[in-house]
Design a protein around this ligand. Structure first.
Ligand SMILES: NC(=O)C1=CN([C@@H]2O[C@H](COP(=O)(O)OP(=O)(O)OC[C@H]3O[C@@H](n4cnc5c(N)ncnc54)[C@H](O)[C@@H]3O)[C@@H](O)[C@H]2O)C=CC1
Ligand SMILES: O=C(O)[C@@H]1CCC=N1
Length: 266
């Protein structure tokens, strides 16, 4: 689907806002000339967004946009002054409730979402939640925008978005941590650093394709490896016995707790 509406991204020169803009244009989902990106510094983001207009003026952005994406840090939201009444507002901010967005912007049609860093390579799995006033036509645009960034998925409750801050937002950093742990151990065993990094990154990135198929069952894959009763089973069982699932759960809960704290006034 091509989005014909004009989209303004507040914080559009930041990490995520810039990635969303770049994904939307490079996928052909929106023409760059229909994008206006604001940022405090006035500098462009790291990714090129052909045709997009850059501004430091959020009033200009609001005036020129049909849809406003809020992509400032949660801490900066309280200082944001923008009138989005009558417009669709799509927030990517962690922890900021739809009611607070409505109160600050005057908008009633509000979508909350949690993309992740893989939006930069158009591989973000992005849950989104729509408040009751959001129109079906708005929803089609939101889905198209997040499909351009990877894969969008509507969730039925706002609480799911608060949970997904950890699962799909922060979770995108977990494979790098796994690779880092594998590299650190390989180095401790005397393997050459370049080789250790190539090997661990190659395994984590490459083997994740094993379960990329939507219908694949990760627990079946793990069980199959354990049932093989070889070296992989020894590694997996030791990690399970040492609480890897509990550690991951604690990480997910910490991310959600941090998001809840970010959303509360200081
Ligand atoms: N980086 C990520 O992977 C993810 C980020 N998020 C959320 O996305 C939002 C943006 O995060 P990042 O892009 O990582 O942060 P960032 O710091 O890279 O970008 C934020 C941008 O907002 C701009 N900004 C601040 N106040 C402004 C204002 N009043 N008007 C216009 N621009 C303003 C800054 O100049 C900066 O470029 C955050 O709320 C974060 O919770 C959500 C999911 C994943
Ligand atoms: O780390 C963060 O605060 C952002 C929000 C969710 C993922 N990244």
């Amino acid at each position: 689907m091509t989005i014909e509406a004009r989209i303004g991204i507040v914080g559009g020169n930041g990490w995520l806002g810039n990635a969303i803009a770049s994904a939307a244009v490079s996928s052909g989902t929106i023409d760059g000339k229909n994008l206006i990106l604001s940022g405090r510094s006035g500098k462009r983001g790291a990714l090129d967004v052909p045709g997009a207009v850059h501004t430091r003026d959020n009033a200009e952005l609001a005036e020129k946009s049909d849809i406003i994406v809020l992509s400032v840090r949660p801490d900066d939201f309280a200082g944001l002054n923008i009138d989005a009444s009558g417009k669709l507002v799509i927030s990517v901010m962690a922890g900021i409730a739809a009611d607070d967005i409505a109160a600050r912007t005057g908008a009633r049609r509000i979508v909350r979402s949690i993309p992740n860093a893989a939006a930069a390579i158009r591989r973000s799995f992005t849950p989104w939640f729509a408040t009751p006033d959001v129109l079906d036509s708005d929803k089609r645009i939101v889905q198209a925008l997040f499909d351009a960034c990877g894969e969008g998925a509507e969730v039925p409750q706002e609480a799911h978005i608060d949970y997904c801050v950890g699962l799909t937002g922060s979770g995108a950093a977990f494979p790098a941590l796994l690779a880092e742990a594998m590299i650190a151990h390989a180095l401790s065993q005397g393997l050459p650093p370049d080789f250790a990094a190539r090997a661990a990154k190659g395994v984590v990135a490459g083997a994740s394709q094993l379960f990329e198929d939507r219908d694949s069952d990760t627990s079946a894959i793990v069980q199959e490896m354990i049932d093989y009763r070889g070296t992989t089973a020894a590694a997996l069982q030791t990690m399970l016995d040492n609480g890897i699932k509990h550690t991951v759960a604690l990480g997910l809960e910490a991310a959600a707790a941090k998001a809840a704290a970010l959303g509360k006034p200081a």
